[in-house]
Structures are given as structure tokens and as C-alpha cells.
Write a protein of this length. Sequence first.
Length: 124
Amino acid sequence: MKVITSLTSPILFVGALFISVAFAHGSLEPKHGGVVKEAHDMVFELVREDDSISLYVRDHGEDYATSELVATVMVLTGKEKSEASFIPSGGNKMVADIAIADGAKVLVKVVEDDHHPVTIRYSF
């Protein structure tokens, strides 16, 4: 019995470490009905609408102001490529006038000041 206890204790400890790291930067649950990705310790939620898309940014579970961000989107559908720029839309939201079809691959590039760009990949 002591052998089983001594083997399970380290396993539980390591498991607890992985769980705490997974939730360190906030939930990956969508708050706006979109697709959520994590990159560079931030959470990006991309939401498809009829003729536009919205990007919501969070850092450590809190809304991240997008007023200082510059972001672009590239949509690859089959052999076609479309690009657009995001416009800050108040709070943690940015909007781009572009549509994303089913089956498309999407690349979102976000830059803030002198920081290196963050690229987030989505598939629909």
C-alpha cells in the first residue's frame, strides 16, 4: 500500500502543475461565440459574421484594450487570397470588413508598438 501511495503522489503533483499552467492566462472558452486561440500568453477570439469578422483580445482573463494594436487578416479559400485590416472598435474588440467561408484558412497578425508580431492561425 505504501508503494502505491508513493507512486501516485508524484503523479498527482505533476498533474496539478499542468492544470495550473493551462489556466494561468485565462479561460479558452469563447465569450462571443467564436473560435479561441492562445498565442504569446494572450487569448484571441475570432468571430465570423455575415460580411465581417470581429477579433476579441484578452490577457490573463481580462479584456485587453485594442486601441494601440495594429492587426491584419489574410483569408485563404482554395486558390483565392483576401486581406483586410482590423479597426479598433472599442474595448477589446477589433473589426475587419472581410468574410470567411467554410473551409478557409485564416492568418491574423497582431502588432503592438515595438513588440514582435503575433500570428494566430485559424481553420474554418
